[in-house]
Design a protein around this ligand. Structure first.
Ligand SMILES: Cc1ncc(COP(=O)(O)O)c(C=O)c1O
Length: 432
């Protein structure tokens, strides 16, 4: 049987791909705003910001210019014992946009490493204070935090990694109170989740609880209310356990505010950012911490230091691009603040009441809906590849997660382009 490997003659082993059955990947020759241009001349509208990263659209001239100028100056330098202006400026500027309680910035280079840093930081925070019991973590049902072993351990309930269970560390999984428009069970779901968390916290065995605030991405854009985060934050405070926000996906305007912590008026002890940090241009991440956490490492004793780092930690090119991205976000907050109104408008015009759809939900620039299925409603739901292929054929990059169709476009999408995505969803669903 011909597979994508033999057909494309490529030695590349692709991510999240069964190489034997996957279609041949599409060669992209150019990006321009929301558009991807293929080698055969076709244009595809990127309605998901590539892997949720491209917040300002593809090949943005301001990001390209910042990258070029920095490359002429300093492309990379060891980050232990040396520093440079783009990293210093970026750290300082990020802090001005975040809750005051976050004062320290640790660089790494992707979402998973930001999480690994957060987990190790939280664990060592307790260890440095002589507490050897707090070795467990609490994660949320179907949460996704990346593909490295630590990130998999707190995201273990996502079921993708069942075979790796023996390699993972101890995590307790609690229900995520996922909600949608006109959900009349939400109060009950939130109370149940909080009660389960309280039971666990009473054991005094946990270093931290980790959540994707407001929106669980890979689980299928499952959304929770800001009120839940406020109740969670109060509860965790009461027990003195650390609260880690994974804003790898929700950061930099995705939820309609610059950060989900701002939108929910809550302040985590540790915050992870990546994806949109560099405007989706280069791999970069940060893990931010409170002064109290930082001080627990700050000591004459070298063994209390945080021994973690990566070759490209604080890469100057990525930091310079991130500064240019922050400029764009600061200059045009309406680009991410006003998108939810458009999502709701086009949903009402084109999809509301559709007999094959249910559970619509919106959070800032993110919109999601579920296709009613008789099947298992899982990530591997067979409807996903069918819909994905239909969308692509029509010129739209929309990749359903199981039976959830979602839109998460770059902020530069125009109202009429966004509306055309809704029209396409309706046409594709009608043709099922
Ligand atoms: C919420 C969240 N955390 C962490 C990650 C992992 O990030 P990366 O793919 O950069 O390792 C992702 C990736 O999708 C994510 O959505």
């Amino acid at each position: 049987m011909m597979n994508s490997d033999t057909m494309s003659n490529s030695p590349i082993w692709r991510p999240f791909t069964q190489m034997k059955t996957a279609p041949v990947p599409l060669p992209v020759v150019k990006g321009d705003g929301i558009w991807l241009e293929l080698a055969d001349g076709r244009r595809i509208m990127d309605c998901i910001s590539s892997w949720w990263v491209t917040i300002h659209g593809h090949a943005h001239p301001k990001l390209a210019e910042a990258l070029y100028q920095q490359a002429l100056q300093l492309e990379q330098v060891i980050f232990a014992g040396f520093t440079h202006a783009p990293a210093e400026q970026l750290a300082a500027r990020l802090l001005t946009h975040l809750p005051n309680s976050l004062t320290r910035v640790f660089f790494s280079d992707n979402g998973s490493t930001a999480i690994e840093v957060a987990l190790k930081m939280a664990y060592q925070y307790w260890h440095n204070q002589g507490d050897r019991n707090r070795t467990r973590f609490i994660g949320f049902d179907r949460g996704y935090h990346g593909d490295t072993i630590g990130a998999m351990s707190i995201g273990k309930s996502s079921t993708w990694w069942d075979k790796f269970q023996p390699l993972m560390f101890e995590t307790d999984v609690v229900p995520f109170p996922a909600t949608f428009d006109r959900d009349d069970r939400i109060d009950q779901k939130e109370s149940e989740s909080l009660a389960k968390i309280e039971d666990l916290l009473q054991q005094e065995l946990h270093a931290a609880i980790v959540i994707e605030p407001l929106v669980q991405g890979a689980a299928g854009m499952r959304m929770c209310r800001p009120e839940f985060l406020q109740a969670l934050s109060n509860l965790v405070d009461r027990f003195g356990v650390l609260l880690i926000y994974d804003e790898v996906m929700t950061g930099f305007g995705r939820t309609g505010e610059l950060f989900a912590c701002l939108k929910s008026a809550t302040a985590p002890d540790i915050l992870c950012l990546s994806k949109g940090l560099s405007g989706g241009c280069l791999p970069l991440s940060v893990t931010l911490a409170t002064e109290e956490i930082y001080q627990s490492f700050y000591d004459e004793d070298v063994s209390k230091a945080f021994y973690h780092g990566h070759s490209f930690t604080g890469n100057p090119l990525a930091c310079a691009t991130a500064l240019a991205s922050l400029d764009l976000l600061e200059q045009n907050p309406a680009s991410y603040r006003s998108m939810e109104i458009l999502h709701r408008r086009y949903w009402q015009t084109h999809l509301e009441g559709h007999p094959k759809l249910e559970h619509s939900r919106f959070c800032g620039t993110i919109a999601a809906i579920e296709v009613k299925t008789d099947g298992m409603n899982s990530y591997f739901d067979s409807i996903a590849p069918i819909l994905k292929a239909k969308f692509l054929e029509a010129g739209f990059l929309i990749r359903p997660l199981g039976n959830t169709i979602y839109l998460m476009p770059p902020y530069c999408i125009s109202p009429s382009e966004l509306e055309s995505a809704y029209q396409q969803i309706r046409d594709s669903i009608d043709s099922l």
